[in-house]
Design a protein around this ligand. Structure first.
Ligand SMILES: Nc1ncnc2c1ncn2[C@@H]1O[C@H](COP(=O)(O)OP(=O)(O)OP(=O)(O)O)[C@@H](O)[C@H]1O
Ligand SMILES: [Mg+2]
Length: 163
């Protein structure tokens, strides 16, 4: 899969991905909150692949919360020329045992409603883009996915085994 190098406004991209699910969000009275740092830099990355990353994470969050639930989306810059995007839901949470397997292909707790490929694909894309993804969860309370992405791909990916 080729990677494009585009200048991306993450705030716009995240709002766009949320808008793909706007009908369900409105219908189920889901509360989406944004916390975006001022003066965030644009990042050099692949727009379509980032859309897929955040769509997978947001779809999982939507599936995990009750009607009237809440999803917080934050973006913050870091000193080391990366940005951190956090997507937090107040849904079912994930057991410690399951948390060890969520990035594996075909791991799903959704029976015939899930292929279990979402997070495995997401993990591969994020690594390919030179970033990292982590999940924290408390069963019964909610889940936070954190995606760290380089502001400039070229500087981070030199010597990457993926290219
Ligand atoms: N935000 C979340 N809250 C609770 N559980 C989650 C969350 N995100 C992922 N999971 C758990 O991780 C599993 C794997 O997620 P993944 O997205 O890979 O597959 P899926 O959603 O089951 O199927 P699909 O391939 O359709 O995305 C889910 O089945 C679910 O148990
Ligand atoms: Mg999924």
């Amino acid at each position: 899969m080729d990677i494009s190098h585009e200048q991306i406004d993450l705030k716009k991209l995240l709002e766009e991905v949320v808008s793909f699910q706007q009908t369900e969000i409105t219908h189920r009275d889901i509360d989406i909150n944004y916390e975006m740092e001022d003066n965030l830099p644009q990042i050099e990355s692949d727009r379509n692949q980032l859309q897929q990353v955040f769509l997978n994470i947001i779809n999982n969050a939507i599936a995990a919360i009750d009607d009237g639930g809440r999803i917080d989306i934050s973006v913050a810059g870091r000193e080391d020329d990366s940005v951190v995007i956090a997507i937090t839901d107040n849904g079912t949470g994930i057991s410690e045992e399951n948390l060890e397997h969520i990035f594996e292909p075909f791991f799903s707790t959704k029976g015939r409603f899930g292929t279990g490929l979402g997070l495995s694909i997401t993990h591969n894309i994020v690594e390919k883009l030179g970033g990292a993804i982590n999940a924290h969860s408390i069963l019964g309370k909610g889940t936070r996915f954190t995606v760290t992405l380089p502001i400039k791909r070229s500087s981070v990916l030199k010597g990457s085994p993926h290219e």
